[in-house]
Design a protein around this ligand. Structure first.
Ligand code: MN
Ligand code: MN
Length: 467
């Protein structure tokens, strides 16, 4: 063997150098990944908000034989249940053959994505046009939300207690909404502002109409016309907005990106690109050894507080119920459990190379990314997975030929972020972040790779199928 080949072989053996998934997986598996992506796009167009996602996943769970969890009932291995938490988060569970004291295997992803929420009193008129006032939800770059088509989703609880569901702007025949921006001709002053200030929070008002109620004299006639239309359609009056959760999201559909169709552009990949494969993995699992749990949660983007977020006790209560059924103390089951915190990481972006440290960044198409720690400023606010648990997960992925890489969220001190991992770790559960690399994260239109999405599915499935 030549000297050159010896070096190459040794490097191959000794270096850590993640490869493009296409170089590792078979053509047949690539086809499976493409087919998986088709179903994912359908979901992305039908589950844009946490409420719509919960509905989508419960319907699908039912078709796989899942039934509502009833703690009075006796369950046996292979039984499938779901627990709907207030219509905004959901737990899917398949009972294992091992005793519950061996712990459960959890995949935890979030269904909420950055967006604009309507204020409690949103409707007003200005310049003979009607608007909704918003308060943004999660981390957004405000300028990205102007001059793009928007849709309105959510629920309104009326004075009489009746709930109406709203979804406008997704159907081809629906009207859509928009936030206007200044023309460049007159934007000299605006262009001098920082990008953070270019579009201000109180300017994120949604244009919703422009025709007055009648020719008669009077003020706020456009606003009157809008509320009249809403009254006819939903039976609501202005005060009903006080008891509503209405969310403005991009009206874009999920689309293939690139001549090779290798990528998907969509609103809300963070974190539906992990929620979807985590759900599909538990749907695919038959008779697991360990009890398998997929929790699809809410409120991650605002810090996981609130009773539908993972900083609340709903997951702990659910596992406690399983423990009690199996005659075990709840904390013993929690302490024996393991979790993949299924969340996205920032993919290396050649347009912005300065924020990443390439030896520890994740890359599109190099498989699922394992993120040992998140946080900021000296790992503040991270659970930091142990070497032992990292070791266990990489062995599991290698054994199942799942393409994986490691990733860190940006260079040291450049920023940072968190996931639900720390809230699960605080229950004394072993946990590590594992998810899909995303380009343009938190933008109205984010980009992921089809191969990475499929590898996430394979990873969660392998996790649930441990013996
Ligand atoms: Mn996320
Ligand atoms: Mn996020």
């Amino acid at each position: 063997m030549s000297e050159k080949n010896v070096i190459k072989e040794l490097q191959e053996e000794l270096f850590y150098a993640p490869k493009h998934a296409s170089e590792i997986i078979s053509e047949e598996e690539e086809k499976k990944a493409d087919a998986f992506a088709e179903d994912y796009k359908y979901y992305m167009n039908n589950g844009k908000t946490e409420r719509e996602s919960v509905k989508y996943f419960i319907e699908k769970a039912k078709s796989y034989g899942f039934t509502p969890f009833d703690r009075q009932k006796k369950y046996s291995a292979g039984d499938k249940v779901y627990m709907n938490n207030r219509g905004k988060s959901v737990i899917l569970c398949v009972f294992g053959s091992r005793p519950i004291s061996d712990g459960v295997k959890i995949s935890a992803a979030h269904l909420d994505s950055p967006r604009l929420d309507l204020k409690p009193n949103p409707l007003y008129e200005d310049g003979e046009m009607a608007y909704f006032k918003t308060h943004y939800y999660g981390g957004i770059k405000k300028y990205q939300w102007t001059a793009i088509p928007l849709s309105l989703h959510g629920v309104i609880v009326k004075k009489n207690g009746e709930t109406v569901e709203v979804c406008i702007g997704e159907d081809e025949s629906d009207p859509q909404f928009v936030i206007t921006d200044l023309l460049p001709h007159l934007a000299a002053e605006q262009m001098k502002r920082t990008m953070a200030e270019g579009v201000k929070g109180e300017s994120l008002n949604i244009l919703i109409g422009s025709r007055p109620f009648s020719k008669d004299e009077g003020s706020e006639k456009v606003k009157l016309n809008i509320i009249k239309i809403l009254n006819e359609k939903y039976g609501i009056t202005e005060s009903d907005f006080l008891s509503a959760e209405l969310e403005i999201v991009p009206a874009f559909k999920a689309r293939d990106i690139g001549f090779d169709r290798s990528l998907i552009g969509a609103y809300g990949h963070d974190d539906k690109v992990c929620a979807y494969p985590a759900a599909e993995a538990i749907f695919a699992v038959e008779n697991p050894a360990y009890t398998a749990v997929t929790v699809l949660t809410d409120k991650e983007e605002t810090g996981s507080d609130g009773n539908t977020g993972l900083n609340s006790s709903y997951l702990k209560y659910f596992i406690s119920d399983l423990a009690v059924m199996g005659g075990e103390e709840p904390w013993r089951v929690l302490s024996a459990s393991e979790c993949l915190s299924a969340d996205v990481n920032a993919a290396y972006d050649p347009m912005f190379p300065d924020v990443s440290e390439p030896k520890n960044a994740s890359f599109v198409n190099k498989g699922v990314v394992i993120t040992k720690y998140t946080g900021a400023r000296g790992k503040s606010g991270t659970s930091d997975a142990s070497a032992e648990f990292m070791g266990k997960i990489r062995r599991m992925l290698d054994k199942e030929n799942v393409v994986w890489q490691i990733g860190e969220l940006g260079k040291v001190d450049i920023g940072g972020g968190g996931t639900v991992a720390m809230f699960i770790a605080n229950l004394d559960i072993d946990v590590v972040d594992l998810g899909v690399p995303v380009l343009s994260m938190h933008a109205p239109f984010e980009v992921i790779s089809k191969l990475d999405l499929y590898m996430a599915f394979r990873a969660f499935k392998a996790f649930f199928e441990q013996k």
